[in-house]
Design a protein around this ligand. Structure first.
Ligand SMILES: Cc1cc2nc3c(=O)[nH]c(=O)nc-3n(C[C@H](O)[C@H](O)[C@H](O)COP(=O)(O)OP(=O)(O)OC[C@H]3O[C@@H](n4cnc5c(N)ncnc54)[C@H](O)[C@@H]3O)c2cc1C
Length: 534
């Protein structure tokens, strides 16, 4: 029986202390934290884990430097602390990176003032990263020739961190952790609303979106972690909260790599907002936008695309300006921003809204809703939820157990040594930062030892799934067995990032990819292929 079917059986037959609705970053950390601390937990998502907002971010783990301008010192301090904690806990996945920033004539602050701001930011991050540098225009020319300095007044370089792999893969680490702690977690299961019964238990009506099967799940507590859909979920469950969401759309374009050095190029776009060129493997991700939208369901418009292309083309020197045909993939989503229920929604001032998360707790009904949040803040959310459950009178059998972080460094070393003997100490492509072995460790943690076992039995599994790919054939076996991929998008966009790094048509015409997909989907490959590429 597949892992997913097994998990569904549990959802059908067992009763849970906590049911989490939504498997983005917030729901996933909740599942990892609560199940590790001994609470019998279930998690459902109507799409794939990390398949909504948590696959649309800028992949930055950052202390929120831009919030200094709004004097939100408390938020910046908290985000810096969270960033440092994530760098420490996930040394392979969350890595410090330099932000190489060019400032242009007419910018609202002089370069020296921005430098002082980055210095304050560094101090607020308890000097955990490398210190900032003030850059003259000639230094920028020398160190990063791709930046157009014709209008430059110099710049600064400071540090934050980024997700070396990608956001939804990071989310899956928490799902994996939750699964190993006996959480029942299943993707493609939709909640149709929860009702509090007289016996004090919640009954949540659910539907398997793959088979149409419906049933109900009984739990003592419900956590609504539906991201931008929290309000809708509360509405169908007739649950009133102290907060609500408004939405800001952000898009990114994935284009050929702009600079060889692993760093973020930072600019201020025409609208005065921070604008980034962020490395992702051998590509660069550029963006983002920040436009108020009414609904959480969005798409990339021609104007969004043009805004990003125009802004990058004005600020870098390339042989040919970037055009639509250079775009490998697009990412888009809405930032769920938090308002108090009675707060007037002032359109004019909405970009200044705080990006803090809020957790609404209805102690009497034992219902929790998570509003807003950031990938960067995820560990705090996990801890806060544990504390809220305790306050509700729910005993955490193992209240101090650590629920996050990579395995001990000795295990990593052991893995890297064994992997080296199998020839995995080479990079996937010439300018890659890490070896194949390091990539496997980052993606699968201790599960990566199973890959070595597979390779011992069949050395052909060390081949990449197609020559330019950054995934090995052996990974397909592990993903199939342990990561619940249901459709091709799960495999290409979230378990791997192939659909971000390669053109749709390139993938569509790749026979080796189809062969690799057949390891995951067996006799369902043709159907999945058709659905994804038609
Ligand atoms: C453009 C952009 C850039 C960003 N950049 C950064 C960044 O660089 N760093 C950072 O820290 N943060 C960033 N963020 C913020 C961050 O990505 C989000 O705050 C975070 O991903 C939200 O996670 P979530 O779990 O609340 O929501 P989601 O990831 O949306 O998860 C909610 C889940 O609930 C599920 N769901 C909804 N309804 C139901 C239902 N009825 N039944 C079952 N499941 C349901 C959805 O399918 C979804 O998977 C960015 C956001 C955007 C949009």
């Amino acid at each position: 029986m597949t892992l997913r079917n097994n998990q569904i059986l549990r959802l059908e037959s067992e009763e849970f202390e906590v049911l989490i609705i939504g498997g983005g970053i917030n729901g996933s950390v909740a599942a990892a934290a609560l199940s590790a601390r001994g609470i019998k937990t279930a998690l459902i998502d109507r799409k794939d884990f990390g398949g909504e907002t948590s696959q649309s971010s800028s992949n930055l783990i950052w202390g929120g430097i831009k919030y200094l301008e709004g004097l939100e010192f408390g938020l910046v301090r908290q985000l810096c602390r969270s960033r440092n904690q994530l760098i420490r806990a996930y040394p392979s996945s969350v890595r410090e990176i330099r932000f190489f920033t060019n400032l242009e004539k007419g910018f609202r602050f002089p370069a020296l003032m921005i430098y002082l701001g980055t210095f304050l930011y560094w101090l607020m991050g308890i000097c955990f990263t490398h210190p900032p540098r003030l850059l003259s225009r000639s230094k920028i020319d020398r160190e990063e020739p791709v930046i157009s300095t014709s209008n430059s007044i110099g710049g600064v370089e400071y540090s934050d961190a980024y997700l070396v792999e990608h956001d939804s893969r990071f989310v899956f680490q928490f799902i994996r952790r939750a699964l190993t702690e006996e959480c029942a977690a299943v993707n493609y299961i939709e909640s149709q609303g929860s009702e509090l019964k007289e016996d004090g238990h919640w009954i949540t009506q659910v539907r398997d979106t793959q088979t149409g099967k419906e049933w109900s799940i009984r739990s003592r507590v419900v956590i609504n972690a539906c991201g931008p859909f929290v309000d809708r979920q509360n509405e169908i469950s007739r649950q009133k909260g102290k907060h609500r969401h408004i939405f800001s759309k952000g898009i990114h374009l994935v284009v050929p790599r702009l600079t060889e050095i692993e760093r973020v190029l930072t600019f201020f776009a025409d609208d005065g907002r921070l604008f980034f060129a962020i490395p992702m493997g051998n590509r660069t991700v550029i963006g983002t936008t920040d436009n108020r939208v009414k609904d959480p369901e969005t798409e990339v418009t021609k104007e969004d695309r043009q805004f990003v292309l125009d802004n990058i083309n004005k600020r870098v020197k390339l042989k040919h300006p970037l055009e639509e045909k250079d775009i490998f993939a697009e990412r888009w989503g809405v930032r769920p921003l938090v308002l108090e229920t009675g707060q007037v929604d002032q359109n004019s001032d909405w970009t200044k809204l705080s990006r803090k998360h809020a957790i609404d707790v209805d102690t009497e009904k034992r219902h929790i809703s998570i509003y807003g949040g950031k990938l960067t803040d995820c560990l705090n959310i996990g801890e806060e939820l544990c504390a809220e459950l305790s306050r509700m009178g729910i005993t955490l059998p193992d209240p101090k157990k650590r629920w996050f972080g990579e395995p001990e460094p000795e295990k990593r070393l052991d893995f890297l040594n064994q992997a080296q003997k199998l020839g995995l100490n080479v990079p996937f492509h010439p300018n890659a930062y890490d070896t194949q072995a390091e990539c496997l460790w980052r993606r699968y943690g201790e599960e990566a030892f199973e890959l070595l076992e597979m390779i011992h039995h069949d050395s052909s599994l060390t081949a990449p799934i197609f020559p330019e790919a950054e995934n090995l054939l052996c990974e397909m076996n592990l993903i199939a067995e342990q990561e619940m991929p249901v459709c091709l998008a799960d495999l290409l966009r979230r378990r791997t990032r192939l659909s971000l790094l390669f053109h749709h048509d390139f993938l569509k015409n790749s026979e080796p990819l189809k062969k690799a997909a057949s390891i995951v989907f067996g006799n369902q490959t043709e159907k999945n292929w058709e659905e994804y590429f038609s």
